[in-house]
Design a protein around this ligand. Structure first.
Ligand SMILES: Cc1cc2nc3c(=O)[nH]c(=O)nc-3n(C[C@H](O)[C@H](O)[C@H](O)COP(=O)(O)OP(=O)(O)OC[C@H]3O[C@@H](n4cnc5c(N)ncnc54)[C@H](O)[C@@H]3O)c2cc1C
Length: 292
């Protein structure tokens, strides 16, 4: 059943300070709304329980992309269209640029924000695997100040995270140290565009002297929230890219992955596809060596 607009109140203070003061005055009472591409779908379906909405749309302090010598900082209010249009993102963070191109349609990308994608916390969120293998950090803000945490620790359960009730996702810090790494991102869905991932795998790796010296793996739709595959990484680090290494890494991934059955796919299919994606990445790594 469609939601009733009169059941909700929305205000737009227009500044970051105004939003934070409101959220501090009544913690948990005000739900931020950025592009609204998650919340408006919930409203249309009659599932929007939040009664008080505070708009983040158009606040310049949240919508920015800043390149520094060591990192790129993306404001929580930057849209996926902003990310796709930014030359430094496509040059230095190709996995994030690729993920941005997958989000919904062009119209959707003009509203959908990076902050909304991460805070919504879908296990299938397209931006998450890339940010996990890039070792991104999340910067949260409230009237109490700012704090930074590794993105790998942000999600705590299905659509749950460790933000306090008065905090906003201010920015995502992405280090620029993966230029020499082989980088991989592949999403398997029903079709190329406008499809939620059945499974996605991101990877970065370095090969040194024939051995995998560094490797990071992250997946969408293999657990209750987007996750790094630390056990599978451990099974690969220091190993040659030999058939035995690939086979044993596949087995570790199959044991580490905890996907669910849902309307889009089965857990068994998701695990099998994820193992195949891992093998594809490792074979590319063997063929091309490193650095790329
Ligand atoms: C047609 C359609 C297609 C889609 N396709 C995809 C897809 O292919 N891949 C994909 O990953 N997603 C997809 N989505 C989902 C959605 O577009 C994204 O998750 C988007 O990034 C959400 O951002 P938003 O700004 O619209 O979030 P909103 O709807 O405004 O908010 C989502 C959640 O985040 C919170 N929030 C937003 N910004 C902040 C902030 N800065 N700090 C704290 N909390 C915040 C809100 O309170 C809310 O809980 C699709 C949605 C639609 C409607």
């Amino acid at each position: 059943m469609r939601g009733n607009p009169e059941a909700h109140r929305m205000i737009a203070p227009g500044t970051l300070a105004g939003v934070l003061e409101l959220m501090a005055a009544e913690p948990g009472e005000w739900t931020p709304i950025a592009g609204g591409t998650e919340l408006m779908v919930a409203h249309a379906a009659g599932r929007l329980t939040a009664q008080k909405l505070v708009s983040l749309w158009g606040i310049p302090d949240l919508r920015f992309i800043e390149t520094r010598p060591e990192s790129i900082i993306v404001g929580g209010g930057a849209t996926f269209r902003d990310l796709r249009a930014h030359a430094d993102i496509s040059t230095h963070l190709p996995l994030l640029a690729k993920a941005a191109s997958w989000i919904g349609s062009i119209a959707n990308q003009s509203r959908a924000t990076l902050g909304g994608n991460l805070v919504n916390g879908s296990p299938a969120a397209d931006s998450s695997p890339a940010l996990l293998v890039y070792d991104a950090e999340i910067e949260l803000v409230s009237v109490r100040g700012n704090r930074r945490i590794p993105y790998a620790t942000f999600h705590t359960g299905y659509k749950r995270n460790m933000m306090a009730a008065d905090e906003l996702l201010y920015a995502v810090h992405i280090p620029l140290r993966f230029g020499q790494h082989r980088q991989y991102l592949r999403k398997v869905g029903t079709r190329h565009a406008m499809a939620v991932a059945k499974v996605a795998l991101a990877a970065t790796a370095l090969v040194d002297g024939g051995l995998i010296s560094e490797v990071r793996l992250a997946a969408a739709s293999l657990a209750a929230f987007p996750t790094r595959l630390f056990q599978t990484e451990n099974a690969l680090r220091g190993k040659p890219i030999a058939p035995e290494t690939i086979q044993s890494a596949r087995q570790v991934l199959l044991a580490e992955a905890k996907p669910i059955d849902d309307i889009r796919s089965t857990a068994k299919y998701r695990k099998g596809v994820a193992a195949n994606l891992l093998e594809e990445f490792l074979l590319e790594l063997r063929l091309e060596g490193s650095p790329k």
